[in-house]
Design a protein around this ligand. Structure first.
Ligand code: GDP
Length: 482
């Protein structure tokens, strides 16, 4: 129960800290880091000792190279003069924002893993909409890209067509990976979003990684969870298997490490949880993401949800009698259903159903939905705050049902360490049969992996399948770790 553990003194505070975190964090500035354990049981997936030591080393590097350190200031000079003027041990990867919150979190975690693999420091540009959602993950420094970062005014031009992307520079032969080629510039733009072409995709090749290793600043634009393709880069393989002996825990660990709810978000999460969910014996999260409301009408999706919950026995059936004596049931158990959606109709229907009719099992079902925003909104901080709250609440469920294709759902499942039941995407108004499938692993899906080989000339299709990288349940050409 929340508040039972005395989190007051230093040693009991230490007990509350997930082993992923270094000791010594200031509790007041990030309550969730210490209080999460009061709300959900510790993860059953242990991080490898090697991952923990890698994180501690990363933290030291971030301290050495973080914004406004001597080393940071020195590497900035290289940007000013356009060439290497001094050597430091500091190299960077800069994340720039694209798409909704789920996409952003998946890409930031991917960029962080890339930083771990290549000894770079990750700096993030959030944009106003996701400012203030998360705690600062690193002590005595920051992962936020400084406002006066010199390349910032070019970010708006950074699209796939931008001539200075790595892909375009390779294509136009401004740079190449030949041994005798001139040294690469001090910064490069790496475009890795959903529509990468054969040249952008060369990023995932060893030869190109050798070249990129000489570039102090890499600025990434992506909305993808590109981790599975890092597992297919030969030179990263060994390190990755040491870091993640259990391949399906990559986002589970890195996500929990990087994304702690800020105090404001934690207030929203814990108030909702305590008011509606904490008393239930079990919580079932249902995430309803409707990408095309016209092609997938309410009745179809609602029918699909109910087919899934009944077929897989996730929720009880209701009796078709209104006046059966509820008091005769001695089943005292209570289930809570947490619905998240941009719309309220799924929640209304479920709530009405379990209110007006008794369940076969006699258990009672409470149905709750924190918000219904109606539309995706960009640039609105409170909109993103609600989205983050709902992702986190979903991750606290015991059982999870998610919508295909949604990164919002992926983040929830991975943070929660859950293999969700995924609702197949309905086609032209009919409920798919079967309506849902349980995911092979809790990992997110990489929707658009590179489809050309390392010479950019051979189309290889959706990519090589190796024992721990498979096609996704919901996106046939996508890749996921299992
Ligand atoms: P995806 O588009 O489903 O992959 O997920 P994203 O999180 O990347 O983008 C969808 C955005 O729409 C979210 O970031 C939210 O802003 C909004 N959104 C979608 N579904 C929900 C929901 O269930 N609750 C809330 N509060 N917002 C949602």
């Amino acid at each position: 129960t929340p508040g039972v553990v005395d989190s007051g003194n230093a040693s009991s505070q230490q007990l509350l800290l997930d082993e992923l975190f270094a000791p010594g964090h200031d509790k007041g500035s990030c309550l969730s880091r210490y209080e999460a354990i009061l709300y959900r049981k510790p993860s059953s997936h242990k991080p490898s000792p090697y991952l923990l030591s890698k994180l501690r080393n990363y933290e030291s590097l971030h301290n050495l190279c973080g914004p406004y350190t001597e080393a940071y200031n020195k590497t900035l000079e290289q940007l000013k003069y356009g060439r290497k003027v001094s050597t430091t041990d500091c190299n960077y990867v800069v994340y720039t924002p694209l798409s909704g919150l789920g996409n952003r979190m998946l890409t930031i975690a991917s960029a962080f893993l890339y930083a771990l693999l290549t000894n770079r420091v990750l700096l993030v540009e959030f944009g106003s909409e996701i400012a203030g959602l998360f705690c600062e993950p690193f002590q005595q420094t920051t992962w936020l890209l400084p406002r006066d970062f010199p390349l910032r005014n070019q970010f708006d031009n950074f699209s796939q067509e931008y001539p200075h992307t790595y892909g375009n520079m390779l294509k136009s032969r401004v740079i190449n990976t030949a041994v005798k080629s001139p040294p690469p510039p001090p910064f490069l733009y790496i475009y890795l979003a959903y529509n990468i072409d054969r040249y952008d995709g060369l990023f995932y090749c060893d030869q190109n990684q050798d070249q990129l290793g000489k570039v102090p600043w890499l600025v990434i634009k992506s909305n993808q969870y590109f981790v599975p393709s890092l597992f297919l880069v030969p030179s990263f393989k060994q390190e990755l298997s040491k870091l993640f002996p259990d391949e399906e825990t990559v986002f589970h660990h890195l996500g929990r490490y990087l994304f702690q709810p800020s105090n404001e978000a934690w207030g929203l999460i814990t108030r909702f949880y305590r008011a509606y969910l904490s008393k239930a014996d079990e919580t079932i999260g249902i995430q309803v993401r409707v990408f095309d409301p016209k092609a997938t009408p309410f009745q179809t999706v609602m029918h699909q949800i109910l087919s899934c919950t009944l077929k897989e026995k996730l929720l009880p059936e209701v009796l078709d009698v209104k006046n059966s004596a509820a008091s005769s049931s001695n089943n005292q158990s209570m289930k809570a259903v947490l619905v998240t959606s941009l719309y309220s109709e799924y929640y209304e229907h479920l709530k009405g159903m379990y209110w007006t009719k008794p369940t076969v099992s006699g258990e009672v079902i409470g149905v709750y939905q924190p918000s219904h925003e109606e539309h995706e909104i960009y640039g609105n901080n409170m909109h993103s705050m609600k989205a983050w709250t709902e992702i986190y609440l979903l991750s606290m469920s015991n059982v999870l049902i998610t919508s295909s294709w949604s990164t919002f759902g992926y983040v929830a499942q991975s943070l929660g360490g859950l293999k969700p039941w995924m609702l197949y995407r309905p086609f032209n108004g009919t409920t798919p049969d079967p309506p849902c499938v349980q995911a092979m692993s809790m990992e997110p899906c990489f929707h658009f992996p590179p489809s050309y080989g390392c010479k950019a000339d051979v189309y290889i299709g959706p990519g090589a399948i190796v024992p721990h990288v498979k096609h996704c349940e919901d996106v046939e050409w996508g890749l996921k770790l299992v």
